[in-house]
Design a protein around this ligand. Structure first.
Ligand code: PEP
Ligand code: MN
Length: 338
């Protein structure tokens, strides 16, 4: 249930409603927007119906959220979530953020070199995996904590926020110590223990859609994060499995306007994993922006031939520059900045 307060509602009105809900076991989550404050109540349906919240001072409207996801639903935050990161970077709102970097953190020198180029070309978040979810146990599994240290050091040196994947509940504290955004990968979208643990952690998080996950399931997984206290969540479309084999995955462009309509969370598009081939990455990125995404995630590498993972879909800096230029034009056409 969502309680929308009038613009002249006072803090005392808000507290009164929260306390009244708490008395009958309802948990309140408050979203303070520029114009209006919204209280989302979670709890048993009969408890929700038992108090006439409409008559409480300061209340403008009470909405029953029929969708199974409540806190992530658009009704909860009509104007959309904007996530604030270090160095003045934001995700959500008019400006489109660009996350770029190698699939895996491989070395300090390699990371520093690509990070400087990424930033100079307009990226404002640095990616790099340290714990890698690889199909084969014989493939490079990531540098682990050493990789996180490199990512953090390079992020500080270049002055750019960082993102890296957390694969396991036992790693949450460790990864959160080094990076600015925790990434939950496609393979872990329904790892509910991990979702609860990351939900309890006060760090922005990017939740990738699974390769065979309905949009509704993706939003329900995001709901776990919010229900456990973490509201700084972004959704990431990274391609789904279809019958098509010409590309690694099928980038589901439909997911962008659908997720934007159903939820207030920023939506990221990852055309690198979405296509699996460097040749198609820029087209996927442009399509993502045209469809209304709030950020891109692009894999880049100075020498893709030697990359320890995902070389085939990694762009060299010159191609990344071309991508940025063409994406800027598309952004302008849909009234966004890049
Ligand atoms: C990645 O970002 O490198 C990654 C492993 O992504 P996904 O979980 O989408 O496969
Ligand atoms: Mn990758």
């Amino acid at each position: 249930m969502i309680v929308i307060l009038r613009s002249d509602a006072t803090e005392a009105n808000v507290q009164h409603i929260i306390e009244r809900g708490a008395k009958i076991g309802l948990k309140a989550n408050v979203s303070r927007g520029i114009e209006k404050t919204v209280i989302g109540f979670i709890g048993p349906e009969d408890a929700l119906r038992s108090i006439p919240l409409e008559v409480f001072p300061g209340v403008e409207q009470v909405l029953q959220v029929l969708a199974p996801y409540k806190l992530v639903s658009r009704e909860f935050n009509k104007q959309g979530t904007i996530i604030k990161l270090p160095y003045g970077v934001t995700v959500g709102g008019k400006h489109i953020a660009v996350m770029a970097g190698p699939c895996s953190v491989e070395s300090y020198e390699g990371m520093l070199s690509i990070a400087k180029k990424a930033k100079a070309l307009g990226a404002n978040i640095l990616r790099g995996g340290a714990f890698k979810p690889r199909t084969s146990p014989y493939d490079f599994q990531g540098l682990g904590e050493e990789g996180l240290k490199i990512l953090q050091a390079v992020g500080k040196e270049v002055g750019i926020p960082t993102i890296s994947e957390v694969m396991d509940t036992r790693q949450v504290e460790l990864v959160a110590k080094y990076v600015d955004i925790l990434q939950i990968g496609a393979r872990n979208i329904q790892n509910f223990s991990l979702l609860k643990e990351v939900g309890a952690c006060k760090k922005p998080v990017m939740l990738k859609r699974g390769m065979a996950t309905f949009i509704k399931e993706w939003l329900m997984s995001a709901e776990y994060l919010l229900a456990h206290g973490n509201f700084e969540v972004m959704l990431c479309e990274r391609g789904i499995r279809t019958f098509e084999t010409a590309t690694r995955n099928t980038l589901d462009i439909n997911a962008v306007p659908v997720a934007k309509k159903l939820s207030h969370l920023p939506v990221v598009v990852d055309p690198s994993h979405g296509t699996g081939s460097w040749e198609y990455v820029a087209a996927g990125a442009r399509a993502g922006i045209a469809a209304g995404c709030d950020a891109l995630m692009i894999e880049i590498h100075d020498n893709p031939e030697e990359a320890l993972s995902d070389g085939a879909q990694s762009l060299m800096p010159d191609k990344f520059e071309e991508l940025m230029l063409s994406c800027k034009r598309v952004a302008q056409a849909v009234d966004r900045d890049l």
